[in-house]
Design a protein. Sequence first.
Length: 479
Amino acid sequence: MNYSEIKKLRQQYKISQINLSKMSGYSPATISNWELGKTVPSSEDISVLFSALQESINNIESNTFDVRKKRITIDGSKKGTPKPIQSAEDYLSRLKHREGIGNTDYVRTLSNIYQSAQKPVALNAPKTLALFSGCGGMSLGFAAEGYNLIGHVEIEPSANAIYEDNFPNSMLLEKDICLITDEDLKKWENEYGPIDVIIGGPPCQGFSLAGKRDPNDIRNQLYKYYVHIVAILRPKVFVMENVRLLTSMKTPDGTLFIENILSAFQQEGYTVTKEEINTYEYGVPQSRERIILVGVRNDINQGNFVFPLPTHNISKPNQTPVVLDCKQALTFRDATHDLPNIESGESSTDPLHWSVVHPEHVIRWLKNVPEGCSAHENKDPSLRPPSGFNTTYKRIIWDEPCSTISTNFSMISGCRNVHPTATRSLTIREAARVQSFPDEFIFEGNWGNIRKAIGNAVPPIFAKKLAEEIFSQLLSEDV
C-alpha cells in the first residue's frame, strides 16, 4: 500500500488532513507534504496512517443508515451489520464494487475534456460559431477537439452567463437570432474571417413529448434563421441537434418538419447526413435520443459525412453485442457513485450536490420502492400517488444508463427522476455528471436556471466525438 491509496481512502470518507493528523499523531505539515508528493512516507508511516483511518472508517460504516432506518453494508446491500474492514486489500476490493468499475475513469475523462478545452487554440483551428448556444455543452465538446469558438448567439441571459464564464474568448454576437441582419453577418465575416463550422440546436420544446407538439409553435420555425445564417456565412460544415421526435412532427399542411429542414439546407448547397442516435452509444451514461444533422458544403471534396459508429452498447452476459468491439454502456453508477450519499433535504461539501426537501407523504410512497420501479406499482393502494403514469415517481437503475435528463430533474414527481436507493430526486451535480459536464465546469445563477441549462444541453462527451469525426473527415486537410 502506498500513500496514494491512503489519500484515496481519506477523500472517499471525507476525512480532512487535519483530522488525519489528529488521529495518527503526525503534524499537519507532514501530512500535507505527503499529499503533495514532496516527501514519501515509510512503510511504517503507511501502517500507522492506515490503522488510524481504519478505526474511523469502521465507525462511519457502522453508522450509515438509509431512510428506512436499516443498516446498509459498504457494498450497498440492505441486510446485516457491516463487517469491519480487515486490511487495505479488503478496503480496495470493496471500494471497487462501491464506486462502480467505470466511475474513476469516467470522472477523469470529464476532467480531461475540460482541460483540453482550456488549451490555447491553434492559429489555423476551425473558426466556429455557436447558435442557440445554451450553457455550452456542444461548444465544450468542440473546444476540447481544438475548434476556435469565436462567437455565440443565445437569448437566455442565465444560459449566456454560464457560457461566458466557461468560454470567455467567445463573443456574444447577438442575443436574439431573429434580430440578426445580413449586415450583421457580413460584419462578423469581415471581422473574424470565413467561418468554418456552425453548431447549435434550435429549441426543441415545440417537438418534444414534454411539450404540446403544436405545429404552430413559433419555436418550430427558428430553424429558418439557422438556415439563413448558414446561407450567408457559407461554413464548410454545420451541425444541428434536436429531439428525435422532430422526425415525426408535421407542419400545419401535413408535411414533415424534417423534410422541410433538409430541403431548405439542400437548396442552399449543402449535403446533409441525418442520424438518429442515443447518446449512451457514444460514452454518455444516459439514454438520450436525438437527431443530428451534419451538413457539408457541396464544394468540399471529401464528400458526404459518414457518422461515427457507436462505441458503446447495452448487452447482457453471454449476449453478442449489436456492434462488435463496443464497450459496455456507462451507467448511473459509473457517473455518480463517488458522490456522498445524501437523503431528502441533505447537502454535502459539493455546492451542487444537495437535495430538495420532499414532502413526507411522497417519501412514504417511495421509500420502499425498489430501483427501476414506480410508487404507482406499490401493492398498498394508500402508498400510490393519486394520479400520473408509471414513469413518474420512478427510481432509476444503478447499473443502466440514466434516463434522459430534462429541465425538471429535481422534481421527484417527474419522469424517472428518483435516485436508485436514496429517496429523493437527482441533485444538480448528479444531473451534470450524467450529462457529462466536468466538475470544473462553472455553473452560476439561481438553481432553476442552472437546472434548465443542464437539461437543455448537448452532452459534451458526445459533442467531442462528433467534433473529432468532423475534423478527421472534412477539415484536417485545411490545418
